[in-house]
Design a protein around this ligand. Structure first.
Ligand SMILES: *Cc1c(COP(=O)(O)O)cnc(C)c1O
Length: 359
């Protein structure tokens, strides 16, 4: 059986070596005589998996000691409400920067729990750019400033960390975590669902500065309370054990690849090749302003939308799958996370050129 190239935005392609290791360990994890799926989350075997998961993530991202690392459930979507529930700390407002579909959703959920100040919005530009920071409206009374470092649907990515002017900075890094170096100490909280760039679905990583914890409404259930989750090593209830294990394998793969600095070089290369192919063609175009373009999710349209169906069909015949754009904006999208090899990107570029020539 041949593996295809999977350009899905998430759940997304995983390193083949990780899948093979999981396969080899499926029936007997390291001499335990059991699958990881079958063992107690409170037993000694799983404790090893959990401890390595956290320490590998801390190493890769350089997480400072005064930050808690949590592995939660409910996806990044659950965090849209859990963040205000934990971080408002008696305040009544929070600032949000709207740069695409995901930040808009995060702000929408927060608006049920507090007054949302839209510090900036790129909606009038159809989310094709990041509004200049100098124009952002930052309210000093707000509990935090939220932004989305990579907009998975619109293909817009921050290159640096915004200046929150003293507000705790909260970032949804679901679709670009571990793809480029990041200074965690600049953030109050970072969160990410694992199914884009860290592993399979089922885990949401929350990295949060201890200073922000411990001031929540007494009605907040413990499972949603970061301080309680931290006290209980994210095991107030049964975690998604097999997903934790697979995320752990992906982190070990990334370390073996040379870590984030090494993978960033590859990501820069892959994205540059694909954008060049798009920009130099007359059939394809990407609407995002070049300095705001994502390295991870690359949407593009065909100048003749009538060719889209043929494009997707012929791509699939070449083993290039999941290129259909998000249903909300249409067109095409190639997601090229850490685990997408350069060979996959080159195969896509070759196919696009050939399709343009023959149509
Ligand atoms: C996929 C995604 C989400 C939603 O993740 P779920 O795990 O499905 O809740 C949120 N934010 C961003 C940036 C995403 O890419």
């Amino acid at each position: 059986m041949a593996r295809i190239y999977n350009f899905s935005a998430g759940p997304s392609t995983l390193p083949e070596t990780v899948l093979k290791q999981a396969q080899a360990e499926m029936l007997d994890w390291q001499g335990s005589g059991m699958s990881v799926m079958e063992i107690s989350h409170r037993g000694k075997h799983f404790s090893t998996i959990a401890a390595e998961l956290e320490s590998d993530l801390r190493t890769l991202l350089g997480v400072p000691d005064n930050y808690k690392v949590l592995f939660l459930q409910g996806g990044a979507t659950a965090q849209f409400s859990h963040i205000p529930l934990n971080l408002l700390r008696g305040k009544t407002k929070a600032c949000y920067v709207n740069t695409g579909a995901w930040s808009v959703k995060a702000a929408g959920d927060a608006a049920r729990l507090c007054e949302v100040v839209i510090s900036a919005s790129a909606e009038a530009h159809k989310f094709t750019l990041i509004p200049p920071e100098k124009d952002w409206l930052l309210d000093s009374q707000a509990a935090y400033l939220h932004y989305t470092s990579n907009e998975t649907i619109h293909g817009v990515e921050f290159t640096g960390v915004p200046d929150a002017k003293g507000l705790p900075l909260v970032c949804d890094m679901s679709s670009n975590i571990l793809s480029r170096p990041v200074d965690v100490s600049k953030f109050g909280l970072i969160y990410a669902g694992t199914q884009k760039n860290m592993g399979p679905a089922g885990v949401t990583v929350v990295i949060v500065c201890e200073d922000l914890l411990g001031e929540v409404d007494a009605k907040l259930p413990d499972v949603f309370n970061y301080a309680e989750q931290a006290k209980n090593a994210s095991m107030i209830n049964t975690p998604a054990t097999y997903s934790w294990y697979l995320v752990g394998l992906v982190l070990k793969w990334l370390i073996a690849e040379g870590g984030i600095a090494a993978i960033e070089k590859k990501n820069i290369n892959k994205a540059a090749s694909l954008y060049t192919a798009i920009d130099t063609s007359t059939l394809y175009s990407n609407p995002v302003r070049p300095d705001c373009r994502s390295r991870m999710n690359i949407p593009f349209v065909l100048s003749d939308a009538g060719l889209e169906k043929a494009f997707l069909q012929e791509a699939e015949q070449q083993g290039l799958m999941e290129l259909k754009g998000h249903r909300s904006i249409g067109g095409m999208r190639a997601s090229i996370y850490n685990a997408m090899p350069i060979e996959g990107v080159n195969a896509l570029i070759d196919f696009m050129a050939e399709f343009e020539r023959t149509h």
